[in-house]
Design a protein around this ligand. Structure first.
Ligand code: NDP
Length: 298
């Protein structure tokens, strides 16, 4: 029987732990975790992401601050705000919603965030820590961190010697995912658009992670029997069967085909997606705990 990995339940468990620990940190140690979310412009998808992050932060008992800036905000003004948030003792996590308008250099903004408040894990310090195996003191990007938790739920923490194939090499998902699997002693291969014979490579994977951004690209016969399949992709495709102009979400994996072969597989929606916000809350709590000198929950 193929296990359908329910990311909603795992994410809820993470959030419940965060809530409990936040109450203790605030009550006993006088440190309330603070998350600042910054959005520039009016991209509707980004607005939805940002408001759900702010809402979840409040639900966790955090101080939740949202800065909504007009699209024409200058890079200098955004840098000034980041500087103020870096210095603000009530803020433990800073997240700048991407993409930023074209006239702002995203790299410069990300690197301006103090590494100890970089709860997205995109700054050079945090990327470097993860790359050198210093996972415990790093902030790990939320989507791969959440994917890793799902893998551990299925496979346990000891992944020694398992073959992992990560399809996609973005800085946000593919590369940090590969580093996490490497730190967990997997034999890791990163595939990308220039990889030769991807189906054959995918079939070697005990753990197959798809982070491509191409709807249902990974087919059922690319999946090794019993493999754990983690589908990071979120793609909106037309769904004429639902009526004119309607759409539906699918992953990068052909779920119907892959679930015939996989031992365990994440659905889309309801797999990796809910984990991303949950891990953002967890990272913010870790940051606040470090400030208070308290051990965060494992
Ligand atoms: P990017 O577009 O940054 O990266 C996509 C990667 O896929 C690239 O490395 C690219 O290779 C590779 N790729 C593209 N086409 C092929 C192909 N035909 N064969 C093999 N590799 C290919 O995407 P992201 O990493 O940002 O996101 C990936 C997916 O995950 C998207 O669907 C996105 O929506 C989703 N996502 C979901 C999140 C969540 O919360 N669940 C969070 C973040 C992303 P190359 O480098 O050679 O171009």
């Amino acid at each position: 029987m193929t296990e359908i990995i329910d990311g909603k339940i795992v994410a809820e468990n993470v959030v419940e732990t965060v809530k409990r620990f936040t109450a203790e940190l605030t009550g006993k140690h006088g440190v309330q975790p603070g998350l600042a979310v910054v959005i520039v412009g009016e991209d509707p998808a980004s607005q939805v992401y940002v408001s759900s992050k702010s809402k979840k932060a409040k639900e966790c008992g955090f101080l939740s601050v949202q800065h909504t800036l007009p699209a024409e905000t200058s890079e200098a003004d955004l840098l000034k705000l980041i500087g103020e948030l870096n210095a603000d003792k009530t803020i433990h996590g800073i997240l700048v919603q991407l993409p930023l308008p074209d006239h702002i250099d995203s790299g410069k903004i990300i690197q301006a965030i103090a590494p100890e408040k970089d709860v997205d894990g995109f700054s050079f310090i945090n990327v470097g820590k993860l790359g050198t195996g210093e996972v415990d003191s790093a902030f790990v990007p939320c989507t791969p961190a959440g994917s890793m938790l799902l893998i551990e739920r299925v496979r346990g923490k000891d992944l020694s010697g398992l073959n992992a194939v990560v399809v996609g090499r973005s800085n946000i998902v593919g590369k940090p995912m590969a580093n996490l699997l490497l730190a967990a002693n997997c034999t890791v291969t990163i595939a990308h658009s220039r990889t030769k014979d991807l189906p054959a490579l995918a079939r070697t994977a005990d753990i197959l992670v798809a982070a491509v951004g191409r709807p249902e690209m990974i087919k059922g016969d690319w999946v090794k029997p019993g493999a754990t399949v983690i589908d990071v992709g979120i793609n909106r495709i037309p769904a004429p069967e639902k009526g004119d102009g309607k759409s539906r979400l699918v992953g990068d994996v052909d779920f119907a085909g892959a679930s015939q072969a996989a031992g365990a597989i994440t659905p889309v929606p309801g797999g990796v997606g809910p984990m991303t916000i949950a891990m953002l809350m967890a990272n913010t709590l870790v940051s606040a705990s470090r400030t208070a000198g308290v051990e965060p929950p494992a």
